[in-house]
Design a protein around this ligand. Structure first.
Ligand code: FES
Ligand SMILES: [Fe+2]
Length: 417
């Protein structure tokens, strides 16, 4: 990490700890309308213009470890699967046969040099090309080359594979901007998948997303856990373009070390600053990661329906070498999930509130500005004109958005001079 950046974060934390109010001129936000969480038309716009047009993290390379390994993936409520090709490349396709739409893979995961639709036997290779079909003589003028599986944009940062349903989307790295630089710092091509868990929650996805964009709640719901070592009042927030953001929360005691990571290997060469503070990055719209040198948890938030969602917890870490997973991981994963339980406790109740006449809108404070920014970005992507006036979140944070210098990707070719 650039030393100037570390210095700026530390100065910012000191400023935040000592300030007596928001910075001079900071705006008062209008309430975020509660109906954004329940209105079917708004949520349909959100799906069409945001979820279906954005890069989202999907799978780790370890989930498709060998040539022909495949895994189904339906988090965007679209039937997709990933498969590792003969050339080692991981590709993503619609799990939809080009004949009459039956799935071409039916197991959740598996391994095959190609996939054969079980309905009438059309066969595709790992590049998605149609290579064989039964009774070809009975099709008039069928051009196999026009009947490949439909491919979905899939790009990676190291072993972390992202997808975007929008074929015209900008490249993943351009989209992620400063977030990619933070992931690169963790040597993502060497990170292994340690664990993956999914929890269903009965609330609109935005209710839980909001909860992970602030530390204002620490003193109440994490009083016996996170609040004991994190000082929420010193939290330094950076808002970045495209809705991404970063929040760096200081430890209460300088030099405090997380006892839960003792004995675990660190990412080679990582800046020690990552272990000295709690640094959480957010890749818009649904990727939240409190990165640490001994392991990177990633929380992904997925809408299942208007009032139901799934939270996925992925854990990536440097390899501990041969042998079974060190026992310290059991405690680390368990602790993380029990803190997560604290975060989930009100989600279904807040859902009931937004469905009721008891809630009209959310007044957000300066500390909660990442939430406001998230919603601002959503409206930007949908286009304010398409949103009912009473549901809009007007843009107010533009002048607070930071634009860090782009960092070249590791191993990027030297620029031609
Ligand atoms: S639907 Fe797949 S072969 Fe007919
Ligand atoms: Fe929390």
């Amino acid at each position: 990490m650039n030393p100037n950046e570390v210095r700026a974060i530390l100065e910012r934390q000191a400023y935040e700890s000592e300030r007596t109010g928001p910075p001079e001129g900071f705006p008062q936000f209008p309430d975020v309308p509660g109906k954004r969480y329940v209105d079917p038309a708004f949520n349909a716009l959100e799906r069409e213009h945001m979820w279906h047009k954005t890069w989202v993290y999907a799978v780790h390379g370890d989930e498709v470890p060998e040539i022909g390994s495949y895994v189904q993936w339906t988090r965007l409520n679209e039937p997709l699967f990933f498969i590792r090709g003969e050339d080692g490349t991981v590709r993503c396709f619609y799990n939809t046969c080009r004949h009459r739409g039956a799935p071409v893979v039916t197991e959740p995961s598996g391994k095959s040099r190609g996939v054969t639709c079980k309905y009438h036997g059309w066969t595709y290779n790992t590049r998605g090309e149609l290579i064989n079909l039964r009774d070809r003589r009975d099709f008039v003028g069928l051009d196999l080359s026009c009947r490949s599986l439909i491919e979905v944009r899939c790009e990676s940062i190291g072993n972390l594979y992202f997808v975007n349903l929008d074929t015209g989307a900008e490249p993943l790295r351009d989209y992620l901007g400063p977030v990619a630089a933070y992931l690169d710092e963790m040597r993502p091509d060497e990170l292994i998948l340690v664990d993956k868990t999914a929890i269903k929650v009965k609330c609109n996805v935005k209710i839980l997303l909001d909860a992970f964009l602030e530390v204002y709640h620490l003193k109440s719901i994490h009083q016996g856990t996170v609040d004991r070592f994190l000082d929420h009042r010193g939290s330094a927030i950076a808002l970045w373009e495209k809705g991404h953001s970063r929040m760096v929360t200081p430890y209460r005691r300088e030099g405090w070390k997380d006892p839960g990571v003792r004995g675990l290997p660190s990412v080679e060469g990582v800046d020690p600053f990552f272990g000295d503070t709690n640094l959480s990055i957010m890749a818009y719209p649904n990727f939240v990661s409190p990165v640490a040198p001994q392991g990177v948890p990633v929380l992904c938030f997925w809408p299942d329906g208007i009032d139901s969602m799934t939270i996925e917890v992925h854990w990536f870490a440097p390899s501990w070498g041969d042998g079974p997973r060190p026992e310290v991981w059991d405690m680390r994963l368990k602790n993380f999930l029990s803190i997560l339980d604290e975060d989930l406790q009100f989600a279904d109740k807040i859902q009931k509130s937004v469905e009721s006449a008891g809630l009209r809108g959310f007044p957000l404070n300066y500390q909660e500005r990442r939430i406001y920014y998230w919603h601002e970005e959503l409206d930007r992507r949908i286009g304010a004109d398409l949103i009912a006036p009473e549901l809009r979140v007007p843009a107010m944070l533009g002048e607070y958005v930071e634009r860090p210098e782009p960092v070249p990707a590791p191993n990027a070719a030297d620029p031609v001079t």
